[in-house]
Design a protein around this ligand. Sequence first.
Ligand SMILES: C[S@@+](CC[C@H](N)C(=O)[O-])C[C@H]1O[C@@H](n2cnc3c(N)ncnc32)[C@H](O)[C@@H]1O
Length: 266
Amino acid sequence: MNNKKLKEQVRGYWNKASCGTEFIEQPKYSEAYFDEIEQFRYTIEPEIFSFAQFSRFYNKKVLEVGVGAGTDFVQWVRSGAIAYGVDLTEEAICNTKERLALQGLEAAELKVADAERLPYKDDFFDLVYSWGVIHHSPDMEQCLKEIVRVTRSGGIIKIMVYNRHSLFAFYRYLLCGLCKGRPFAKWGDILFEHQESIGTKAYTYKEIKKMIAQHPVALRLMQAPVTNHDLLYYKSSFFKCSAYLMACLLGWHKVGWFMTIELEKQ
Ligand SMILES: C[S@@+](CC[C@H](N)C(=O)[O-])C[C@H]1O[C@@H](n2cnc3c(N)ncnc32)[C@H](O)[C@@H]1O
């Protein structure tokens, strides 16, 4: 499948439901709907706060790439950032606009745009933030190139991409590879076919370091601590204990599903 067709499928997938909205039973766009999305997200993924550091970017120009249902985007606006947001889908932009309106908040700009061709001039933002987005785009390297381009020199880039050598990726292999009679399937192929939208990629530290080396950036942080997803938060105690033990044995800060990366543009 070529990249254009793949991107249409990615768009189609996320246009059906933005990330984190699929299980919400409250009336769409109501206060209860957004409250439930937010409560669920930060209960399961509390690490977002220490990574994003929303309140550090007061009065700074921040771009969020791939706003989804807008839960993090609202934090940027609440924290007083001059917040710009883009997403590939109308669904995400509608969710985020409705949310801002309901809370009486205003963003600098919110629009549909492709991370592979960001509609901003060079060196424009103090911070570019993107959580769980660019690995869904057919050309992730192009997304990174664009993110670096629009960040000012001395500005910060914070991105989260999936870690292929993680406990969560291993569970996906067990479920969609081994249990389906494909013991020799590669983990990357399993994730490409079965993790959220088609074409999802997950990376190793080495691959990311190689990619980063091609850009004028300094690596300030790269880690993948174990998350609730790796610890099977929705399973019985037996599975949770086994996951916990594996995490301790393999390295708590290495085998998490979320690889968080912070860069400074030179
Ligand atoms: C897993 S969701 C994450 C959304 C949000 N950052 C969050 O954490 O809830 C992936 C999002 O990436 C968006 N996306 C995928 N490819 C994109 C691209 N090339 N440009 C902009 N957004 C993209 C999708 O539309 C979707 O909203």
